[in-house]
Design a protein around this ligand. Structure first.
Ligand SMILES: NC(=O)c1ccc[n+]([C@@H]2O[C@H](COP(=O)([O-])OP(=O)(O)OC[C@H]3O[C@@H](n4cnc5c(N)ncnc54)[C@H](O)[C@@H]3O)[C@@H](O)[C@H]2O)c1
Length: 320
């Protein structure tokens, strides 16, 4: 298939673009390089364009005529979204609306969307299933929820059928070392823990040690980015015949506390990790763990890589 990958120069998008090329698909990447990097995607056409440029996007869709779109491009930092909600709704919602309009006009009817566990907010119970209440607690999560609503409307009209993949915590790097995580600033725990243990960044802060969990720190579900990439390819296959606007969790069903991740990260780097215990951050739920039953049912997907493999691959990427 010919695939258009928005945000393909970013962390998750570049892994999916590599996986798509490995699987024999033809790939075109579109990215404004705001947080992405030219050297992360595979050597395919990279169109430097902002999704807010509706005319440019329409022209691109009309030229490329993709069979399907993988849509990663977004602003994706929760804290920044609280400070600048306008930017988040503009890039994530208006950018996605531009894309959906261009797809409708170019008669490209299949989309896989990067959604997030943040659409759920504070869960009532875990593991979280897709039919759980959606009460996002920050503008980032709300913007993603709004895009899911656009997808439902587009599917109802028969314009674009879609799968929204709700990732839990993406982590790890390509086993072949072709791409990995390079955010600036880096807000994710695993790269920060590895870099801190290696003495490449300042001491870490551990936010909250009084949660009702086994060691008092937050529990999260870390899913390998290559497992996410694999799920995207399965979603494209499903959309060949499947219709509707499905939403599917991607997580491992296993949660690790922040302390457990820090201990494992120190072991992988082979250096002690010192950190400062500070107060909770507002809005951080105690436990976020996915049920991935629907991913198995619909896509035949299950996570193949565990926390050890996530840390080892991420460390290999950062070490190099
Ligand atoms: N990393 C995670 O743990 C995680 C978890 C849940 C969901 N997600 C979602 O997955 C997607 C990818 O996340 P990531 O961690 O790879 O982020 P990233 O910042 O590495 O990638 C985003 C890419 O989109 C591009 N981009 C941003 N705004 C754009 C615009 N207006 N026009 C064109 N390109 C634009 C950036 O340059 C970047 O290459 C995002 O939609 C994010 O919300 C990520």
């Amino acid at each position: 298939m010919r695939l258009l990958v928005t945000g393909g120069a970013g962390y998750v998008g570049s892994h999916a673009a590599w996986a798509a090329v490995d699987a024999g698909h033809e790939v075109v990447v579109v990215d404004n390089l705001s947080t992405g990097h030219r050297d992360l995607p595979p050597p395919v056409e990279l169109v430097e364009l902002d999704l807010l440029d509706a005319e440019g996007l329409s022209a691109l869709l009309a030229r490329v005529r993709p069979d399907a779109v993988l849509h990663f491009a977004a602003r994706a930092q929760v804290g920044e979204s609280v400070a600048h909600p306008d930017r988040y709704f503009r890039t994530n919602v208006v950018g996605s609306l531009n894309l959906l309009e261009a797809m409708r006009d170019a008669e490209c009817g299949r989309l896989v969307f990067s959604s997030t566990a943040a659409v759920y907010g504070e869960p009532e119970s875990t593991p979280i299933r897709e039919d759980a209440a959606m009460r996002p607690t920050n503008p980032y999560g709300r913007s993603k929820r709004m895009v899911e609503e656009l997808l439902e409307a587009w599917s109802d009209r028969g314009w674009v059928h879609s799968i929204a993949l709700r990732y839990f915590n993406a982590a790890g790097a390509d086993a072949a070392g072709r791409t990995g995580e390079r955010h600036d600033p880096e807000t994710h725990l695993i790269p920060n823990a590895l870099l801190a243990a290696a003495g490449k960044r300042s001491r870490l802060k551990l936010f909250g040690t009084d949660y009702p969990t086994r060691d008092g720190t937050c529990v999260r579900d870390y899913v390998h980015v290559s497992d996410l990439a694999d799920a995207h390819l399965r979603a494209i296959d499903w959309l060949e015949d499947g219709t509707g606007a499905a939403a599917i969790n991607l997580g491992t069903g296993t949660g690790y506390t922040v302390r457990e991740v820090l201990t494992e990260a120190a072991a992988v780097v082979g250096a002690p990790l010192v950190f400062d215990e500070v107060a909770r951050r507002p809005g951080d739920p105690a436990v976020l763990v996915a049920s991935f039953e629907r991913a198995t049912e619909i896509l035949g997907w299950s996570p193949q890589r565990d926390l050890r493999e996530i840390l080892a691959s991420a460390w290999e990427w950062h070490r190099r």
